[in-house]
Write a protein that binds this ligand. Structure first.
Ligand SMILES: Nc1ncnc2c1ncn2[C@@H]1O[C@H](COP(=O)(O)OP(=O)(O)OP(=O)(O)O)[C@@H](O)[C@H]1O
Ligand SMILES: [Mg+2]
Length: 260
């Protein structure tokens, strides 16, 4: 039945490893990751610092190639492509959002969003139209001619999300998209992701924040380069809270008091 409906799998990772070699030392950052993400899914990647989240994002985003394993993106095997071929796939398939926004400070919001469309070879008029549409999508129609320093943190991240969406990628990838935002602004960005998910976008993001992980319909937890949990975001996020040593210590103290 639908398990063999391979056309709907946007990301298919099989036995992915990534070993960094530093002189004679080896760091096994990914130790055999299997993951399928269907079109339209929204998946959060969580895990402690050093567990391999960014390494996995880099592989998924075609910024890096695995040491072994297979990766199919939108039906195409991409694990062993050359740098040029990967760059081409990145431009067409993937929109990136970063913790630090990475906007050009001297350019307007509109010019920032247009930039990736330049690499796509679109004509100026078409670029402008697509960029405006993307800015409208993130609720910034009235801030198009502002420069980054004339925008709030949340608005800057909206511009970055518009830039990622402008070329209509099949996949939106975000590494800690709320990491530099206060909690009210972070909430604004979480709502934007919810709206994008409702509109059918496929989203994969890395987060340290349980409140964001909990809102992802699906989350996976990495530990030491392996996936150790895969389920509804709320469950996967709660698991982390349960395992939090501070919580365990607080619990132990409470039961000791109750017992004594
Ligand atoms: N370029 C590199 N060269 C060597 N080792 C690396 C390199 N990049 C990452 N590593 C190592 O690989 C492991 C996974 O790193 P990664 O950056 O994927 O972790 P992470 O889960 O993103 O952590 P964080 O939450 O701190 O961002 C770590 O042990 C790290 O030290
Ligand atoms: Mg990281």
């Amino acid at each position: 039945m639908s398990e063999s409906n391979a056309t709907s799998a946007l990301i298919e990772l099989q036995g992915i490893t990534r070993i960094y070699r530093l002189g004679s030392e080896e760091v096994r950052a990914l130790r055999g990751v299997d993951l399928k993400v269907r079109k339209g899914e929204w998946v959060g990647i969580v895990g402690q610092s050093g567990s391999g989240k960014s390494t996995l994002m880099n592989v998924i985003g075609c910024l890096d190639t695995p040491s072994s394993g297979e990766y199919r993106l939108n039906g195409r095997a991409v694990a062993h492509l050359s740098d040029d071929e990967l760059a081409d796939i990145r431009n067409r398939e993937i929109g990136f959002v970063f913790q630090t926004f990475q906007l050009l400070p001297r350019e307007t919001a509109l010019a920032n969003v247009e930039l990736p469309l330049v690499y796509r070879g679109l004509k100026a008029k078409e670029r402008r139209e697509k960029a405006k549409l993307a800015l409208e999508k993130v609720g910034l129609a009235d801030r198009m001619y502002h420069r980054p320093n004339e925008l709030s943190g949340g608005q800057r991240q909206r511009v970055a999300i518009a830039r990622a969406l402008a070329a209509e990628p099949s996949l939106l990838l975000a590494d800690e998209p709320t990491g530099n935002l206060d909690s009210a602004t972070g909430e604004e960005i979480i709502r934007l992701f919810e709206a994008l998910h409702d509109a059918g976008h496929t989203i994969v993001l890395v987060t340290h924040e349980p409140r964001l992980a909990a809102r992802c319909p699906r989350a996976v937890r990495l530990s030491d380069g392996r996936i150790i949990a895969d389920g509804p975001g709320l469950e996967v996020a709660m698991q982390n809270l349960r395992d939090d040593p501070r919580l365990a210590a607080a619990n132990a103290e409470l039961s000791a008091r109750a017992g004594g």
